[in-house]
Ligand binder design. Sequence first.
Ligand code: NAG
Ligand code: NAG
Ligand code: NAG
Ligand code: NAG
Ligand code: NAG
Ligand code: NAG
Ligand code: NAG
Length: 490
Amino acid sequence: MHLAHILKLLTAASSIRLVFCVKFNPLHHSGPACPYFDAPSQDGIPDETPTGCVVDQAAYIVRHGSRYPEPGSFTGWQQLFAKFQNNSYTAIGPLAFIPTWVPPVDDIPHEPLFLSSTGALESFSLGVDLRKRYGFTSGGENITVWAASQQRVVDTATFFTRGYLSQGNYLTTPSENRGTIISLADSVNFTFANSLTPSTGCPAYATGDTSGVATATFRATYQNGIADRLNQFLDGLTLNATDIGVMQDLCGFQAEVNGDTRFCDIFEDSEWIDYEYADDLNYYYGSGPGNPFSATVGFPWIKAVSDLFALGPGETTPGGNITPPALIMGFTHDNNLPPVISALGLWNTSDFPGVYPLSLEKPNQLRKFRSSYLVAFRGYVALERLACSSADQSHKTVHVAGAPPANMTTTKFVRVRVDRAPVAIPGCTSGPGSSCPLDQFTTYIDTTRAEAAGDFVQVCGLQNVANATGEASFLTVAPPNIQELLVGLN
Ligand SMILES: *[C@@H]1O[C@H](CO)[C@@H](O)[C@H](O)[C@H]1NC(C)=O
Ligand SMILES: *[C@@H]1O[C@H](CO)[C@@H](O)[C@H](O)[C@H]1NC(C)=O
Ligand SMILES: *[C@@H]1O[C@H](CO)[C@@H](O)[C@H](O)[C@H]1NC(C)=O
Ligand SMILES: *[C@@H]1O[C@H](CO)[C@@H](O)[C@H](O)[C@H]1NC(C)=O
Ligand SMILES: *[C@@H]1O[C@H](CO)[C@@H](O)[C@H](O)[C@H]1NC(C)=O
Ligand SMILES: *[C@@H]1O[C@H](CO)[C@@H](O)[C@H](O)[C@H]1NC(C)=O
Ligand SMILES: CC(=O)N[C@H]1CO[C@H](CO)[C@@H](O)[C@@H]1O
């Protein structure tokens, strides 16, 4: 049971007010270095599927699972290691461990850039969770999923599919329990919006990215102060801003790679809040709502999903030669999640003046755009189509167990989840569990959000480029240049 639920029960039972303190967890404030965790509810919407509703269709866009560092960051780890090794100094208190610390990479040719075993587990677990949550796939049915083409993304899709299909005596008969991964070429000059990495298919997008200066300027406001504080525990060695950056990254990375959380313990809560906010700025101004081309890039996938939700499960769009499964999975990279938030018009409201665009100087507690709650490893944006029954009140009916209730009409709604937490769609929360009626959702996408996004080809500056497309059709039309991979379970 969730802690919040237990507290609710306790509070209700004793009608006393509990004052409690939840221990601050740096692994929930490490932005893109967070191993996956369920984000807390920011909109106060209960996690459960509302009573009387079932999810009959769902679409996920997922960042790959926890990984080793990219080669550039790994160089930073090695430089820190060299500094700790090749100086004579004494370290006490929270830093007493650093003379014996070793970077958690023990197979250099095969680890940096690729998934860690935690990443494989996160991916497998999502497969298990979604199979149990939705119950869309029975027995030995197939599932097809889509993935961008880099190995860590395909590996995430592979482990997801294994988790999704692992049950019964199919475990050791992979040919009878088949997953297919459609691996899409990254968007370069020939795929444009028709991929899971459209950010690289829009030339204008890079010009709208102002995250570099925003992030560096904010980091300069706090990293030296942290270094000064920690240098009190060192004699003969001086940490600087670069070292602090690496050491804070090592909290999340080392936790997921080998479970060592010693770097998490040396920083104070306020230092984690600053570290996290630098990443919020990085994503908000890099790939999120602060980049004027963000919604343009995120829109094609949302539009494709909205059209499929309007048709319902088991249907394809006119001209389609693939019918997507009820569970539509896409695997990609961190930078392709914030554009989906922008395209949906989330976490950027003008209702609270001064919150957005995010302040370059200091975190505003009212912001909902938080990198840790979006681009954690294996983070996702999900849309669920709900079919909800409403009893026809004009007739009294008897419900026979196991039979569908008589005199029920079902109405369709849409709900968004980000790292599991349900998120309200602005201006559209009249349905059960603050969901949005399906027809209002499709209208919102086709009008308000289509206007905010603009035409991909025009806005991205691709008017004169042969074959440029602003449509993500890959879910229903098999594109050229794909690679189909079969997932065996043995
Ligand atoms: C320390 O310096 C020596 C000599 O330059 C070098 O061989 C060694 O690799 C360095 N150690 C680390 C951890 O970089
Ligand atoms: C799974 O896919 C294979 C190959 O396309 C096909 O032969 C088989 O009939 C499919 N099974 C199911 C249950 O759809
Ligand atoms: C795309 O095309 C432009 C113009 O022909 C070229 O400069 C650029 O390098 C190409 N990009 C990729 C990723 O192929
Ligand atoms: C911090 O020190 C390292 C060497 O220990 C150096 O390579 C790096 O450039 C320094 N960073 C800053 C911001 O001075
Ligand atoms: C986010 O809000 C800012 C400030 O109101 C606005 O300029 C920007 O266009 C919004 N971004 C999106 C994607 O709607
Ligand atoms: C455009 O698409 C056609 C048909 O697929 C192909 O033959 C042609 O090479 C493409 N042109 C470019 C510039 O990619
Ligand atoms: C659609 C449906 O099942 N309608 C039924 C509702 O209940 C009345 C009275 O029991 C039936 O006559 C209808 O057929």
